[in-house]
Structures are given as C-alpha cells and as structure tokens.
Design a protein around this ligand. Structure first.
Ligand SMILES: Nc1ncnc2c1ncn2[C@@H]1O[C@H](COP(=O)(O)OP(=O)(O)OP(=O)(O)O)[C@@H](O)[C@H]1O
Ligand SMILES: O=P(O)(O)OC[C@H]1O[C@H](OP(=O)(O)OP(=O)(O)O)[C@H](O)[C@@H]1O
Ligand SMILES: [Mg+2]
Length: 282
C-alpha cells in the first residue's frame, strides 16, 4: 500500500485535500482523522503537520508527501521536490518598519524574528551577514511592535498582514514557494505506484489549466486557425458535411481561451465552443 503524507491543517490542507479528491482518492471524512485508508486505490493517507512532512518522508516510512517548498527547505530534511502543485503560492521576505532597514547589509547586528529559522540562517550565512535569529511560532508581524526583533522574515501572499502591522518589505524575495510533492532524496527511480500517483496529480494540473476548444472553419483558413490552436500535440481536424468547412478540436490554456476565441472569430471560425476537462492523462 502506498503511504502518503498530507497536511492536516493550515493553508495547505484544504487545497491538498481538494486536489487528491479530484485525482480520485478517497479523503478523510472528518478533520480530526489522522490516518485514512483508500482501499480501492491501495493508498494510506497520513494527515500530519505540514512542517513535519518532509521529515517523515525523509525517514523512509512514508513514500511521498505534500508540503510547502519553504517548509521542505526549512526542515533541512533529506527530501526533494518532485512536482510543484500550483497552490499555496507565497514569497518569503524580510520586512521592517519603514526607514529602519534600507538594504541587506543593514541587517548586521539586528535581531530577526521568524518561524523559518533554517531558511533565514542559511540566507544570512550565504551573504555573510551577522544577525541574530529568534524563533516564533506565528503572528511574527507583531514581533517588531513588541520589541522582540527589529526585522521579521515571513511568508507574504497579498501583503495585507505586513501592511496591517505597518511594515515594509526589505530586499529581494528570499524564496518563492508553493505546495509541492516531496520524496526521500536519492530514492532512485519511483516505483509504479508512486509514478501512477504523480500521473494522477499531473492530470489534475492539466485539467485545471486547459479547456477543450471546438470550432468550425473554412478549409482555406485551416492552417492559420491551427497556428492559433496548436494543441499539446496536434489538433484533431474532422470533415464537415459541407465540404468547404472542417471542424477542429484542440486543448488551449484556460487563461488564453477568450483571446483565442476572438482571434478565431476574426479569422472566420464559427460555432466556437469551450468545454472543461474533468480529468486527463497526457
Ligand atoms: N497566506 C498564505 N497564502 C499562501 N500560502 C501560505 C499562506 N500562509 C502560509 N502559506 C503557506 O502554507 C505553508 C505553511 O503552512 P502552515 O500550515 O504551517 O501555516 P499556515 O497556513 O500559516 O497555518 P497556521 O495557521 O497553522 O500557521 C507554507 O508553505 C506557506 O508558504
Ligand atoms: O500576505 P498575506 O496575504 O497577509 O499572508 C501572509 C500571512 O499569512 C500567514 O499567516 P497566518 O494567518 O497563517 O498566521 P500565522 O502567522 O500565525 O501563521 C503568514 O504567516 C503571514 O502572516
Ligand atoms: Mg501561518
């Protein structure tokens, strides 16, 4: 049975569960359940703290896990990223009161509060900066107001938490993070069950990012139309009863669908339809 670590709480938990559900895996019924078996797919899910997942996976007791790239790197565990999942996107940044820290060198001699000591210490060391790091569990933005630190290093998504605390970003992003699938470092080639799991998640990513587009076009404009909708491999072109026309079917990126529909219409295409993709294997 495949053993998979899934975040039990926080920003990663809901979207990870949704993605697994979309991939056809049975998820736990209640948020207090710590282990759930999906007998049909022969998978056992372990609902663990996101911060601990890379550590469990590196121990070799679990085959694979879902966590944040920042948490993976912070843990220092012998685990590596195998597939980015596109949710829980954030950047990891330094921030301070306006006017107190202009550039990275100003961090020398200061105290930095963070929940991600591993990432911060490595970043400072790489740049030869000598600053103290104090670990806090969360709500790090308040640490400056309360005098625990002069600088924080924390996850930023919309920037609302920083603004509310009257802080501004210092320097370049330390890291860009999103949810990722992790496995033990140096595992070699994945077994067939892990490969199948990854294919299912890749299928969800593609189904989320693409729509199927169908349209009719006069045969003489086919090449121009196909240039707009090349598809992943090659579009399907079918004859229509009216011999001057053909029907085209192709996958297009959801984000580009409206622009492509406008361009196709301009080219003379008609009956342009898009439909969602529920699942796929490429
Ligand atoms: N506001 C956010 N937007 C996007 N991703 C976030 C946000 N906050 C945290 N994350 C991401 O979620 C992961 C952290 O998960 P974790 O459950 O430890 O924190 P959390 O979502 O802040 O939950 P908690 O309430 O337990 O602190 C990290 O990968 C981080 O980048
Ligand atoms: O840029 P924003 O959109 O404001 O999001 C970033 C905030 O979200 C997370 O906090 P969370 O609410 O999880 O609280 P925590 O600090 O206790 O983890 C993170 O730690 C930041 O504080
Ligand atoms: Mg948090």
């Amino acid at each position: 049975m495949l053993r998979i670590a899934v975040p039990n709480k926080g920003s990663l938990s809901g979207p990870a569960g949704e993605m697994l559900h979309e991939a056809g895996y049975q998820q736990r019924k209640a948020s207090k359940e710590l282990v759930a078996v999906d007998p049909e797919n022969e998978v056992e899910f372990f609902y663990l703290r996101p911060r601990d997942i890379a550590i469990y996976v590196s121990s070799g007791k679990l085959d694979i896990g879902i966590t944040g790239r920042d948490l993976l790197l912070d843990s220092g565990a012998e685990a590596e990223e195998v597939l980015p999942l596109g949710f829980a996107r954030s950047t990891f940044r330094f921030a301070a009161k306006p006017g107190t820290v202009e550039e990275m060198a100003d961090l020398n001699g200061l105290t930095i509060a963070t929940s991600y000591e591993g990432i911060v210490a490595a970043h400072l060391k790489e740049r030869g900066i000598d600053a103290s790091v104090v670990h806090l569990d969360g709500a790090v933005e308040t640490a400056i107001e309360l005098g625990v630190a002069q600088v924080i290093a924390d996850v930023v998504e919309t920037g609302t938490s920083l603004r509310n605390a009257g802080l501004e970003i210092v320097g370049e992003p330390i890291l860009e993070s999103e949810a990722v699938v992790v496995r033990r470092t140096g595992e070699g080639s994945d077994g067939p069950k892990v490969q199948q799991f990854l294919r299912r998640l890749q299928g969800v990513l593609v189904a989320r990012a693409y729509v199927m587009m169908d349209y009719d076009i006069r045969a003489e404009h086919l090449e121009q139309a196909v240039a707009l909708t090349p598809g992943l491999e090659s579009p399907t072109v079918s004859p229509l009863h009216d011999q001057g026309w053909v029907a085209v079917r192709s996958m297009v990126r959801t984000k580009e669908a409206q622009r492509i529909m406008d361009d196709l219409y301009e080219l003379g295409a008609r009956a342009i339809l898009t439909t969602g993709i529920h699942a796929c294997r490429l």
